[in-house]
Design a protein around this ligand. Structure first.
Ligand code: 4NP
Length: 165
């Protein structure tokens, strides 16, 4: 008889930005990649959403797809969606990219679920900003910088989750 093992904790992480076509799909793809590299895929459910509805059904911005592809991460199949009340109830970690997203999420979230909301960069000390800057109106280079910041911050997020589980 195999020795029964305890069921590992399952974490569900939802990355949230405004449009769900630049920062949060990048965070979803990068975090999924890091989790897979650490052989933790079965412990995590990972998704992303926007607070806005303008891009529902759209793929990530081509510049975000290119920046991720440069790191061998394919986000081209993701499609934008808007956060909903069920997400807020069910995800264990709801991660905002910037302070505007954080404010919107906090307003949408009943008090008993607010402890799940965090600003991504709050776990990353020594950054000049608390926010992942929105690269939408910038150039390809900004998307590469955004990805690097997200890579650093999501690694810290993963370490935080597995240390505190
Ligand atoms: P995201 O970037 O929030 O990182 O997906 C944006 C995408 C679209 C718009 C703004 C930000 N927009 O205004 O359409």
């Amino acid at each position: 008889m195999p020795t029964p093992t305890s069921t590992p904790a399952r974490h569900s992480v939802l990355f949230v930005c405004l449009g769900n076509i630049c920062r949060s799909p990048t965070a979803e793809g990068v975090f999924r990649h890091t989790v897979a590299t650490r052989h933790l895929t079965t412990h995590f459910h990972i998704d992303s959403a926007g607070t806005g509805d303008w891009h529902i059904g759209a793929p990530p911005d081509p510049r975000a797809i290119r920046a991720a592809a440069a790191h061998n991460i394919d986000i081209s199949q993701l499609r934008a969606r808007q956060i909903n009340a069920q997400d807020i109830k069910t995800f264990t970690h709801i991660i905002a990219m910037d302070l505007t997203n954080l404010t919107t999420l906090t307003a949408l979230t009943p008090p008993q679920h607010r402890h799940k909301i965090h600003l991504l960069l709050d776990l990353t000390p020594n950054t000049p900003t608390r926010e992942i800057p929105d690269p939408y109106y910038a150039d390809d280079n900004a998307f590469h910088q955004t990805l690097t910041l997200i890579q650093h911050a999501t690694t810290n997020l993963l370490n935080h989750i597995i240390t505190n589980q």
